[in-house]
Structures are given as C-alpha cells and as structure tokens.
Design a protein around this ligand. Structure first.
Ligand code: NAG
Ligand code: NAG
Ligand code: NAG
Ligand code: NAG
Ligand code: NAG
Ligand code: NAG
Ligand code: NAG
Length: 304
C-alpha cells in the first residue's frame, strides 16, 4: 500500500543533507541529569526518530554529557546514535518518525549490543521487529520490549538507505527501584531520596543523615549525639529499637556521660550548684548564662 516516492538520487541528497546538519563533534548534544530521582508517576517519553537532531557520537562527552578521560582509540566509544534514553520501569516510550522517512517504510529492530555497535549486516528475524507494521508518525513501543535492562533498537528501512550507521539507533535502559520495603510503603521511608546515577542499573535509597538501612528505615540514635564529654556511642537494638549506649571516659559516668566521677566539694561547681547523683558522681547545675562541667573544667566555661 505504500507508494515508492524516493528515487535513488533523492535518497542520496537526503543523506548528504543530514550529514551536513547533524555531525557536530565534541559538543554537549544530549542533555541529561547525572543523577535522577525516581518519579512517582510514570512518564510518556517521545523519541524523535530523526537525523536532524539529538544524534551524538562521542560516548562520554556527547551521549552522556560526562567528563572523563576517554581514550579515543576505543573504537566503540564512537557510535553515532540517538541520545541514549533511560526510563523508569512503567514509563511508556513513543517513537516519532521523521516525516521524510514515512514514504519508504520504516520499522525498528530489537538487536544485541554487538549488532547495535556494528549495525545489522545480515538479515533479521520476524520476532526482532518492534512494530507489527511499518510506522509513520507517532507509535508506542510495546512494554514487552521495555523490561528492566538495556535494550538496543536500530532502524530498518525496507526501501531506503540504511541509516543505522549514521545514527538511527537507540540505547534504551530501563531501571526499577528498590526503595520501598513493601509495595505501598513510602519511598525510602520518607527519610531519604530514591536516586540512580547514570551508570547505576537501578534506583536505591540515599538516606538523610540521621537514617540508615536499605530503605532508610533505621533511625541512628547516635547521630543525635546523646553521649557527652567525648564518650563513644553504640546503637543498641532492643524492643522498639531506638536505644544507645555511651562508653564514658574514666572521669565521667551516667547514661549520657554527663556526670562527673567524684563527690561534691565546696565550690566544685564554678557558677552553679553541685548535686550528688550517686555516691560516686555529681552534676553541676550551671547558673543561667554559664556552661561547662565544673571549675576543674573551667576552660570550657563560656560567658554569654
Ligand atoms: C585526566 O587525566 C589527566 C592527566 O592524565 C589528569 O591530570 C586528570 O586528573 C584526569 N581527569 C580525570 C577526571 O580523571
Ligand atoms: C567495546 O568492545 C569490546 C569488544 O570489542 C567489548 O568487550 C566491550 O564491552 C565494548 N564496550 C562498550 C562500552 O560497548
Ligand atoms: C531483544 O534482543 C536481545 C538481544 O538479542 C534479546 O536478548 C532479547 O530477548 C530481545 N527482547 C525481546 C523482548 O525479545
Ligand atoms: C547503553 O547505555 C547504558 C547506560 O544506560 C550504558 O551502560 C551502556 O554502555 C550503553 N551501551 C552502549 C553500547 O553504548
Ligand atoms: C540523656 O540524653 C537524652 C537526650 O539525648 C535525654 O533525653 C535523657 O534524659 C538524658 N539522660 C540522662 C540520664 O541525663
Ligand atoms: C576524644 O577521644 C579521641 C579518641 O577516643 C581522642 O583522640 C581525643 O583526644 C579526645 N578528645 C578530648 C577533648 O578528650
Ligand atoms: C542553686 O541553688 C539556689 C539555692 O537553692 C537556687 O536559688 C538556684 O536557682 C540554683 N541554681 C540552679 C542553676 O539550679
């Protein structure tokens, strides 16, 4: 039903035209975030299937927009391609084909990494075809092609030049998240962010400072610094979980190492009252405006 309208000559013109327009080296071509945060809502992503824009060649600087000491001799670092895309599992992907391709029948093939890098040289199998029929305009890629992992799609023209080598190929990486303990739990227990670096294969929790655990479900009591006077803090998990133990230096004791070992003597406390806590330990209750431990520790008294 498709009408052949392209003559070999006009095809050559088209190719030359694209070459002039698109091959720009060493620029930032693909915009991307190096770290992405998991979106609660899935997104519709439209990839324009065209040589007119968003074709990158240098793997790091152009396709991923990252600075690295790439050794340019590495041949497979130079693969002209449509800006690689990273999706969340559940996002939908649409291919929007360039109007100039529509007249001569276009489809996409799911290929291996090697075929992506080298472009398919031989024939293809029916089951590699992404779309059941040739596409024109906007078409959705069926989710069966978009499982977790990296997928490689290359163009297939029934009656035109093979434009895979020029950049009509796409690297699609689909990631899932491991940020919820149970399906309905809040992401990272609301105590962190669900993130993925460009090179990571999945999203995972990055916890706020007082939390830890795979899902940021653990509160670190010690991060509140309950142990004073240079005591060390150890998390303890008993019952409800949130408890800690302070290991005091010899001259201090008490749960938080705030008591001073010894007995109250007259004027022990510089600016405050001394009270015995146990037969061995006392506390200085400082007058308003004073801090510090005792007169023996007077270097730490701060006049307000
Ligand atoms: C790149 O290589 C140069 C010289 O070998 C070095 O000074 C620089 O730190 C490197 N940069 C990165 C990002 O590795
Ligand atoms: C580059 O090619 C080599 C083999 O030629 C392969 O082992 C390697 O995985 C490729 N690297 C990338 C980033 O595709
Ligand atoms: C796409 O191609 C790859 C590589 O040949 C293959 O492993 C994968 O199963 C294919 N995907 C589907 C959905 O057939
Ligand atoms: C495809 O993209 C992924 C990142 O999403 C990257 O790790 C992989 O090396 C890319 N493959 C090729 C052949 O460029
Ligand atoms: C130890 O410090 C915590 C707060 O960090 C406080 O709630 C508690 O009362 C203190 N215990 C003692 C015995 O001072
Ligand atoms: C605190 O403890 C550390 C190691 O336990 C020690 O190096 C440091 O000198 C102590 N600081 C004070 C103020 O006592
Ligand atoms: C110290 O004791 C006196 C007398 O009992 C009292 O008036 C004062 O409020 C106490 N100061 C502090 C800081 O507790």
């Amino acid at each position: 039903m498709l009408v052949e309208t392209m003559t070999p000559k006009s095809t050559v013109h088209m190719v030359v035209f694209f070459l002039q327009l698109c091959i720009v080296k060493g620029q930032i071509i693909c915009e991307r975030q190096i770290i992405a945060e998991w979106r609660v809502e899935p997104k519709h992503v439209v990839m324009e299937w065209t040589l007119r824009k968003n074709i990158c060649t240098d793997f790091y600087s152009e396709c991923w927009n990252v600075n690295t000491n790439s050794t340019r001799e590495d041949k497979n670092l130079s693969v002209p391609q449509i800006c690689p895309v990273q999706l969340q599992l559940g996002d939908s992907l649409f291919i929007s084909s360039d109007p100039s391709f529509q007249s001569y029948g276009m489809n996409l093939l799911n290929v291996s990494k090697e075929e992506f890098i080298n472009c398919p040289k031989t024939g293809f199998l029916q089951e590699q075809q992404i779309f059941v029929c040739q596409i024109r305009g906007l078409h959705q890629v069926d989710p069966t092609w978009l499982g977790v992992g990296t997928h490689y799609f290359v163009e297939l023209h029934k009656r035109g030049p093979h434009l895979c080598n020029m950049g009509l190929r796409l690297n699609v990486t689909v990631k899932q998240q491991f940020c919820q303990e149970t399906p309905n739990a809040p992401l990272c227990s609301k105590h962190g962010r669900c993130l993925s670096h460009v090179w990571e294969k999945q999203y995972s929790c990055h916890c706020f400072s007082q939390y830890s655990g795979k899902f940021c479900q653990k509160f670190n009591v010690c991060s509140t610094k309950p142990c004073h006077n240079n005591a060390s803090c150890t998390e303890k998990s008993e019952g409800t979980g949130k408890s800690y133990e302070c290991t005091c230096p010899p001259e201090f004791s008490g749960k938080n190492c705030t008591e001073i070992v010894g007995q109250c003597q007259p004027h022990t406390c510089f600016n405050g009252n001394c009270s015995n806590v146990t037969p061995n330990t006392f506390l200085c209750e400082c007058d308003k405006g004073f801090t510090g431990k005792t007169k023996h520790f007077s270097w730490s008294i701060i006049m307000m």
